[in-house]
Design a protein. Structure first.
Length: 477
């Protein structure tokens, strides 16, 4: 899924980042551009907007809802046949900090802007100290809050989105579940009551508000084209076509490149790295973009997806023509299943058309779930696309926005839990090997929307595309 790519690979020279996380746990790898430090005339006014957020933001305790959902997903995942390596999912992110986590009084997730979180905690702690150096603002950030009584809380600051909070709480619960025998003995009492120490607090400042403030601050308005995902590939194509380097901006809300003039078009490239653009936050991004646009821009989305029991699709780009909301499974008699039609202008570019489903968490993907999806005719799973299409189709611009949507299939979700050769853990390898076919897809799209003028020089050589290579031979970690 696009979600699969949520922990992407800054190490890849794609100019882009994984999870399921597109965005699946693996999100598109996105090398961050340095932020432009020049001041714009409207920046002081926007700083005031951020200041008003800091004074007005409040945090709602959503512990019961998120923790309850996480426990249900974990239990169902175990009962219905786990596809994901649960131990890898938990220990990969928090295993190296288990001593800090199990010694903390509380383990707290705050979803929201970091300054708002700090202001919320200002009077509660003697200090708020980073657990790791140089933490990426696009991902979750870890701190210890030193209490006045000498104890401390372990504090996780992440983006304001229920899926980000859910993913974090699931990983923390798995940490307590999969520690080794020595650690379990050392922290036996803490581990037995670990869930009681977990807290989830979410900001009243929505992702849409964050995005609008970001665009205002950097003078981004009325884009002709918005392109989401694999930003580095697009930058390379534009550079080869003679387009000047873009303005680059990044903070905890967004990482973008802005072209005020790309062959006569205003083009916005948005990176899907880590948790910035994740699940429902992607829908709010579209809402914000439509709000800053007097005329709706074209929207190109190239995310990452998992195949539904179809390993032959891994490493290919597919075109979704419909997307279903995974939250509505199983269908209730009164609500049914929410499905959005994707009027996908990129459908002619891909040999494979798919019905897609977007889910809150990879834990929904069990062997029984795969069988249900196959019965519905669903071929791919991601995390963002439903929210993007729903935001477009629910707006006053429905039917007016040109949509070019594709998925790079990075992993296979099998109905056989023993099939581990093409699972999410290997998605980085797929992304690393597919630069040429991604660029071919994006080059065709950029030509259709009249941004590339010299397409022949920008197109990759077809002989180097993934379909022309021998099959992947993946080695387990």
């Amino acid at each position: 899924m696009t979600q699969r790519l949520g922990t992407l690979f800054l190490a890849l020279a794609l100019g882009l980042l994984p999870s399921c996380n597109s965005s699946r746990i693996v999100k598109q790898a996105d090398v961050s551009g340095s932020a432009d430090q020049s001041r714009r005339p409207n920046e002081a006014a926007t700083d005031n907007l951020y200041a008003s957020h800091r004074t007005q933001a409040s945090f709602e305790d959503q512990t019961q809802e998120i923790l309850g959902h996480a426990k249900t997903l974990i239990e169902t995942n175990q009962k219905e046949g786990a596809v994901l390596d649960q131990r890898w999912y938990g220990l990969k992110y928090f295993g190296k900090h288990e001593d800090l986590i199990f010694n903390a009084v509380n383990v707290m997730f705050f979803g929201g802007l970091e300054n708002d979180v700090r202001n919320q905690l200002l009077d509660q702690y003697r200090s708020l100290d980073p657990v790791e150096d140089n933490q990426d603002s696009g991902d979750i950030r870890l701190y210890t809050g030193k209490r006045k009584d000498g104890n401390f809380d372990f504090i996780v600051i992440g983006q304001n989105g229920k899926e980000v909070a859910l993913k974090t709480i699931i990983r923390l619960l798995y940490l307590a579940k999969f520690v080794d025998a020595e650690t379990r003995q050392k922290y036996r009492q803490k581990i037995e009551s670990f869930d009681k120490s977990l807290k989830v607090l979410m900001s009243s400042v929505s992702a849409k508000q964050e995005y609008i403030a970001f665009f205002t601050k950097h003078g981004i308005t009325n884009p002709d084209a918005v392109m989401i995902g694999f930003r580095g590939d697009i930058r390379s194509l534009l550079k080869d076509d003679g387009v000047s380097d873009p303005e680059s901006y990044t903070d905890e809300s967004l990482r973008v490149n802005w072209y005020p003039d790309a062959n006569g078009k205003k083009v916005l490239l948005v990176s899907i790295d880590k948790n910035r653009i994740f699940a429902s936050r992607s829908g709010e991004l579209i809402q914000a973009i439509l709000e800053i646009s007097s005329t709706p821009p074209s929207v190109t989305f190239l995310g990452a997806a998992g195949a539904i029991d179809a390993p032959e699709m891994v490493g290919k780009i597919v075109a979704p023509t419909s997307v279903m909301d995974g939250d509505s499974f199983p269908a209730s008699p009164d609500k049914g299943v929410l499905v959005q039609i994707v009027r996908n202008r990129a459908a002619v570019q891909a040999a494979i058309k798919t019905a897609d489903v977007s889910v809150d968490s990879v834990l929904m993907e069990t062997t029984k779930w795969v069988e249900r999806m196959k019965a519905y005719g669903v071929k791919t799973v991601d995390q963002e696309l439903f929210h993007i299409i729903n935001a477009i189709n629910s707006s006053e611009h429905a039917g007016k926005v040109e949509i070019f949507a594709g998925h790079l299939v990075t992993d296979n979700v099998s109905s056989n839990a023993n099939d581990t050769d093409l699972t999410l853990e290997h998605a980085e390898e797929i992304i690393s090997a597919t630069s040429e076919i991604r660029k071919e897809f994006l080059s065709k799209t950029l030509t259709k929307i009249a941004i590339l003028k010299n397409r022949t020089s920008s197109l990759p050589r077809r002989s180097q595309s993934l379909e022309m290579r021998r099959p992947f031979r993946l080695v387990g970690e």
